[in-house]
Design a protein around this ligand. Structure first.
Ligand SMILES: *Cc1c(COP(=O)(O)O)cnc(C)c1O
Ligand code: SF4
Length: 359
């Protein structure tokens, strides 16, 4: 017995086993000073505004993401997504805490229904990374994990709603949940006759590619529903070899891969970056799906790109890329039943000169 335990401990020493996603998640950098120190930016001092931002929505950066940030560059686009800045504490008129007013559309606990054929299931409030531009920053939700009896209730609601053919797992980040629980959800959802697809919106395969491990691939391969994974990448440098490898495994398991991005000042607000992003995604087997116009979230106005600027960017992408590599520019408008497609027009495409069509 003692010997077996010793053998087990030895087998799990960091020297001879790659780290699990759980250990990488647990070892995330959670202090802004540590983040700067690791990047050789110790000389930078966070002001009071940035500290207040960090207290409201703490820094969380897992190692695999940290390893893709260029050391010594305070303006690195990956760093900008995770580092609190003084601007977070400056009040701006029109920037609100809940720009999407999501609290209104909840028929069963954790189930959000805004569309006829699709229902969104919040399985957790946890994320693997804290993105400074996220509207979640004002709801570090308590753990939204649904209890088993709530699962029964959700399944009953779905069975009584045969017009729903797709369930979307969302959060937080649904892949922050352990695979035993996700497998139980997948099995339960597969008993709903009207469901044909299961969609997962997750940033984890990018942030911690080790998340795509055997346990995940096992329940995914067994799931009788068609699986769609919408990842979230904003900048081409987020995709390195480990990410490509993880995505290839998902593709091999039959998962359809799509990407959504948010257009962000100082991260991807130029046509070169966005077109390189589409190309890199395609190389990794992922098609661009949505480019979200920026939501006016309080504390994130330093990321703001106007709708007109976003329209020009997408028109330039249309001129450069095949249609299937151009993401759809959308915005969520509270009280509207679908995402609103922003009309980018075609006039002056590619010149960057023409005024965008304003709806
Ligand atoms: C975005 C979203 C969906 C999915 O919409 P698609 O246009 O199919 O990607 C579903 N439910 C909610 C609440 C959403 O915000
Ligand atoms: S992973 Fe997604 S939900 Fe979580 S903080 Fe980032 S953008 Fe927001």
């Amino acid at each position: 017995m003692i010997q077996r335990t010793a053998a087990r401990i030895e087998a799990h020493t960091p020297e001879n086993t790659p780290p699990t996603w759980q250990s990488l998640l647990a070892r995330s950098v959670t202090s802004p000073e540590e983040l700067l120190r690791r990047l050789g930016l110790d000389h930078l001092r966070l002001g009071q505004g940035a500290q207040t931002g960090h207290q409201a929505f703490p820094v969380r950066v897992p190692e695999p993401w940290l390893s893709r940030i260029r050391p010594g560059d305070p303006d690195d686009p990956l760093l900008r997504q995770v580092l609190p800045l003084a601007a977070e504490s400056e009040e701006q008129p029109g920037y609100v805490r809940d720009p999407l007013r999501e609290s209104d559309a909840i028929p069963a606990p954790g189930l959000i229904r805004k569309y006829r054929s699709r229902a969104l299931l919040m399985v957790t409030g946890q994320c693997a990374i804290n993105c400074r531009y996220c509207f979640r920053r004002h709801f570090p939700y308590p753990d939204h994990r649904l209890a088993p009896e709530q699962r029964d209730q959700v399944i009953a609601t779905l069975k009584a709603s045969p017009e729903i053919n797709e369930v979307i797992l969302s959060g937080g980040d649904p892949l922050a949940v352990n695979d035993r629980l996700l497998a139980a959800w997948a099995r339960a959802l597969a008993t709903v006759p009207s469901l044909t697809r299961l969609r997962i919106h997750s940033r984890l395969p990018i942030v911690i590619p080790q998340r795509v491990d055997d346990a995940l691939l096992e329940w995914i391969s067994e799931c009788p529903l068609s699986l769609v994974l919408v990842i979230h990448v904003n900048h081409p440098r987020e995709i390195d070899d480990t990410v490509r490898h993880a995505l290839a495994k998902l593709r091999d398991a039959g998962v359809t891969l799509l990407n959504q991005s948010v257009v962000l000042r100082g991260v991807n607000d130029d046509t070169d970056t966005l077109s390189q992003l589409s190309e890199s995604l395609f190389e990794a087997g992922v098609l661009p799906y949505y480019l979200h116009a920026f939501d006016p979230v309080a504390g994130a106005h330093h990321f703001d790109v106007s709708d007109d600027e976003a329209r020009i960017l997408v028109r330039e992408l249309q001129a450069r890329l095949p249609g299937y590599l151009v993401p759809r520019l959308v915005r969520e408008v509270p009280e509207r039943p679908g995402k609103t497609l922003l009309d980018v027009g075609m006039e002056g495409a590619g010149t960057g000169q023409g005024q965008a069509t304003v709806k």
